[in-house]
Design a protein around this ligand. Structure first.
Ligand code: FMN
Length: 375
């Protein structure tokens, strides 16, 4: 774990415009070079039941699905990551190209920079050059709260849709990151009221970013009219960890909080179970491969989402990203085949047995029924 933050000597730029680019590039650099994952990956607690007698040929396993009315070739989402800098543009280009090539869903990173500063729009608009089957915009919940009124908030959402021709918008819930960050935006009053007002006008996916959704949050979001949930659970990228690496000398608070809250959140598999509230669901947070993606679907999600692992692959170039996604798809297909199922749709909500610490964790929520998880 690195002890000092990213001072000017590390090449970070200064000034408002440059600070947007600096922050975006910091996030990319830190996620590529530092250990920023939760200390434990909770997906290892999800076992899939092996069937010695498959139900079809491996080649005949059907991965196609539909999500939010869009047809995907496989139930994989390239989760929101970036935008707002030259490097971000290149990552968005590669992710969109891969989403087109493999027929996957994808999200761009927070579009705040593009909405507030027109010069950054191109870093998101680049995804328009590709035919992405499900393209999702991205706005932060704190921005929605900060908007002067509901119309202002609606304008933000419609701007994010128009910027990239999005089919839906992810509203990211990142209060853990905001709490840890120096001068983070921690206002949250009336958030759910605003979510309700916006959900009746736009297809919105409520998305955590590494701390997961509880049952009560999932229910509140569903009741507010949200179109889908992306659990973004604890197991993979910890934004608490990322912000601790960004802390500057003399500003010890982010480092202190970042370390204390490194493993804060709801383990991803538990969050998938909590978030089964009858609306479309994405399993995410620490998905390392196609087997983890299958685990998320077996627990009841419609799709699984990956972020940092794909960023790492893309940092070596498009060929590596395409190869990684190809492997993930192969692993997902193999998992479905070995579970004796013939499709991703058939795997949904079956074949999972939850063991170990996740089972123990769920045991404390005894009032919740966990069908299809061996509990
Ligand atoms: C470099 C980086 C930047 C991210 N930026 C955003 C963002 O702008 N908006 C968002 O909703 N999530 C963002 N995320 C969070 C991811 O979408 C995802 O929820 C989280 O990283 C957990 O997935 P993982 O463990 O597969 O990385 C970002 C993740 C990474 C790695």
């Amino acid at each position: 774990m690195r002890s000092a933050g990213w001072g000017p000597a590390s090449g970070r730029k200064e000034g408002y415009e440059l600070s947007i680019e600096g922050r975006k590039d910091d996030h990319i650099d830190i996620c590529l070079t530092e250990k920023v994952s939760a200390e434990r990956n909770w997906w290892d607690d999800v076992m899939l039941t092996h069937e010695a007698i498959p139900s079809c040929d491996l080649d005949d396993v059907d991965l196609r699905t539909s999500f939010l009315g869009r047809s995907l070739e496989a139930p994989i989402i390239i989760s929101a990551m970036t935008g707002g800098s030259k490097r971000a543009l290149e990552y968005n280009r590669m992710m969109a190209k891969a989403a087109q090539e493999f027929g996957l869903g994808m999200g761009v990173g927070s579009q705040r920079a593009g909405i507030e500063r027109p010069q950054y729009r191109a870093t998101y608009e680049v995804v328009r050059d590709y035919d992405v089957p499900l393209l999702m915009g991205n706005i932060g919940a704190p921005q929605i709260v900060r908007a002067k009124d509901m119309e202002d908030a609606a304008l933000m959402i419609s701007s994010s849709i128009d910027m990239i021709g999005a089919h839906a918008v992810c509203l990211h819930l990142n209060y853990l990151q905001e709490v840890v960050q120096q001068e983070g935006e921690t206002r949250a009053e009336d958030l759910i009221v605003r979510v309700k007002g916006l959900s009746s006008r736009f297809p919105i996916v409520a998305k955590e970013t590494g701390a997961g959704l509880s049952r009560s949050s999932a229910v509140a979001l569903r009741d507010a009219g949200i179109a889908a949930l992306d659990v973004g659970g604890m197991s993979g990228t910890s934004f608490s960890a990322v912000e601790s690496f960004r802390s500057k000398p003399g500003k010890e608070r982010p480092m202190r909080l970042g370390r204390a809250f490194w493993n804060w959140g709801i383990p991803s598999p538990a969050s998938v179970i909590f978030s089964k509230v009858g609306i479309p669901l994405i399993a995410s947070g620490g998905i390392r491969n196609g087997l983890d993606a299958a685990r998320g679907i077996a627990l009841g999600a419609d799709c699984s989402g990956m972020a940092r692992n794909l960023l790492i692959a893309a940092s070596k170039g498009y060929e590596d990203l395409a190869q990684e996604i190809g492997m993930v798809i192969d692993e997902l297909k193999a998992s479905i085949f070995l579970c004796g199922k013939d499709s991703a749709r058939a795997l949904k909500g079956s074949c999972a047995i939850v063991v170990g610490p996740t089972r123990e964790y769920l045991g404390y929520e005894g009032h919740i029924d966990y069908p299809g998880t061996g509990i």
